[in-house]
Ligand binder design. Sequence first.
Ligand SMILES: Cc1cc2nc3c(=O)[nH]c(=O)nc-3n(C[C@H](O)[C@H](O)[C@H](O)COP(=O)(O)OP(=O)(O)OC[C@H]3O[C@@H](n4cnc5c(N)ncnc54)[C@H](O)[C@@H]3O)c2cc1C
Length: 252
Amino acid sequence: MERRTVPGRLSWQLGKVVVTREETARAKSITLAVPHWNGHRPGQHVDIRLTAEDGYRAERSYSIASAPEQEPHVTLTVERLDEGEVSPYLTGELRVGDQLELRGPIGGYFVWEEQMGGPLLLIAGGSGIVPLMAMIRHRAAVGSTVATRLLYSSQSEADVIYRDELNRLAKGTTGLEVAYTLTREQPSGWTGYRRRIDAQMLREVAWPPEHNPLIYICGPTSFVETVATHLVTLGYDAARIRTERFGPTGGA
Ligand SMILES: Cc1cc2nc3c(=O)[nH]c(=O)nc-3n(C[C@H](O)[C@H](O)[C@H](O)COP(=O)(O)OP(=O)(O)OC[C@H]3O[C@@H](n4cnc5c(N)ncnc54)[C@H](O)[C@@H]3O)c2cc1C
């Protein structure tokens, strides 16, 4: 019997950058070929570790944007924070052919797979779209028709990550609906929402609480907390709400 040493989920391994893609002026997708990848579930993340020449190390978490069906390639989408330590390197310096240290996949709670059913309500603020996109891509890859609604908050139209892909998927007949809100700047003729997500918007976009949707919320910490609180106040079952917090501040 052949015996191979396959690194575990929590050991560090090297992925090679095979493609990069500008999603917006601030967000870049990075596709890695990871030779010993053991598979992931939509919604999970990886840890990335950078090591400087003097040995200084920085570690950050990044959600997986790609569906499991796209393996052995794993795509991350990173939004640049100008004052940040890691995201400016990943979005500005990293090149095709470079290697990146990662471990994962990590997390088993903020996960949606087709057999979990729906209706499925996804709510994203800014780069919080990334793990939700893995769920949407998985849904499309397996031909699922689970009723799905995405409410996606960005600062401006130019900040909407995956816009073309989302619009294309929503035009299909599989039961995916996408609603956008632009909180700071809207182009002329904009027909979507123009404010931060509030209770009224959730009433309009979500199914009523009696339909008992499965809800995933992801984005900056304050965004996630505000949206989750509104939903519980509106009568949605807290046990059906799953959240992932990306960082300390509220952007979108
Ligand atoms: C489970 C998980 C999944 C994540 N997935 C993604 C992802 O898919 N894409 C992505 O771009 N980011 C994601 N993040 C955020 C990511 O881990 C980093 O926090 C982010 O890239 C900033 O790192 P940095 O080193 O550039 O900034 P840092 O040097 O850590 O911070 C710089 C400044 O920005 C503030 N800050 C840190 N994080 C954020 C944030 N998220 N929003 C606003 N301000 C912040 C800090 O307080 C500090 O003032 C995820 C975080 C978690 C916990």
